[in-house]
Structure formats: C-alpha cells, structure tokens
Design a protein around this ligand. Sequence first.
Ligand code: PGA
Length: 251
Amino acid sequence: MTDAIRPLIAGNWKMNGLKASAAEFDAMLTGAAAVAAKADLLVCPPATLIAAFAAKAAGKTVAVGAQDCHPKASGAHTGDIAAEMLADAGASAIIVGHSERRADHGESDDLVRQKAEAAWRAGVIAIVCVGETQGQRDAGQTLDILRGQLSLSLPGGSKADNLVVAYEPVWAIGTGLTPTAKDVEQIHGFIRELLISRFSDEGAKMRILYGGSVKPSNAAELMAVKNVNGALVGGASLKAADFLAIAKGCP
Ligand code: PGA
C-alpha cells in the first residue's frame, strides 16, 4: 500500500547561501526535468532567499520551502518569521522541529506541534523532524524517543497531503555516518505503524523521509528501503549535481 507513495527529495540548506547561490538553484531547476519521473523536489534555502528562489521556480518542478517558523501569525516577536510570511514569500512547505533547532533553541515537542499547526494555518505542508541522539541510541531508547516525539510533535488532523515526517538520527546528521538499511527499515516500519494507528489511511499514505548524511553514493540503497519515501538532505543539497543525483537514486 505504501509502495505507491511518490518520493520527496527535500534539500535543507541550513544557514548557507547568499544571493550568488541562485546559480546553483538555477542548475537544479534546469536538471529537475530529468528526475521528475523519480521524485518531487523541494529546496529549503535560508529565509532571505525564499522569495527570489520561488520567483525563479514558478511553473517549474522544484518547490521552495522554509526551515522554521514562529507559531504565531504576527506580533511582537523580534527577529521571528511567521508561517504566513514564508507562504507569502513563496514557500510551500516548512521544516519544523529539526534537531538543530531542538538542541540550539531548546524547542520542545509542544512548540514543534504548534509550528506544524502554524504551517497548516498558512496553507503549507509541515515537515516534522524526529530522531534520537547517539546517547539515546546507545541506551537502547530509540523507539521510545521516536514514539514520544511523534505523539507530541504531530498535530491531530495530520494527513498525507499536509504533513511529512522526517526521521533524522541526530548522530547521522553531518557526520557521514548512516544507519544500516536494516536499521532504517526497522525504524521506518515502526514509524509507519504509529502513523497508521493514529491517522489510519492517512498514516498509511504519509511520506516518511530519511535524513542524515544522505549523499549520491548511498541514496539508492537508502531510498530502496521499505517505508522510506524520500530524503531530507543537508550538506549534499547545496550542490545541484549531488542533489539531483540523490533524486535519481529513488527507485
Ligand atoms: P546532512 O543533514 O545531510 O548534512 O547530514 C541532514 C539534515 O540535517 O537535514
């Protein structure tokens, strides 16, 4: 049943990219047609580049997204950006609950859920990130951590067309380390069961992305794993050739 889910390859540029990076994005737009049969493509640049990238991407097969949002629609929150502003700039998805935000900014599951709801309020997809740390993994707590994060970070009413789950083991992010295909299959299978038990048919159709050191050389193996419906890519999403090669690796 989940085999029919169309993969999503999402690039998380993190705090990288200046106006000059538009050339790299142009190369992604140019190369996207060749991989359109394989996967949907989404690039989440820093907020400063969303409007310019979205203007370039109009009518093309690459969508533009954001990396975070504030839960409120407006107000006295200096330096923050509302989901409505990101949508207005051209974002069609917002990553929420990335482990770097959970760790660097102390974001709780409850706040992450509010941010996902803010994305919906603005009419865009929420990509909710979950994942265990090395210490939690070593202590055998991975599944308990994921169960807790998913139950508290995913809003009620999550559907396949408004919510994407990204499983990103914290120890695999930016380290070059990845879980084995067998581990990924077990964990994504576990996440799928939780999604189905909470959201029924919608949970069966929801995309579950794998993230953490995805690159062209390991993408085909990871993307072939059952219940892996695409990737959230950090470092390798900064170069068009690598990002497109990852999409090409989708089954
Ligand atoms: P990475 O980052 O691909 O550089 O490991 C993934 C992420 O943090 O989304």
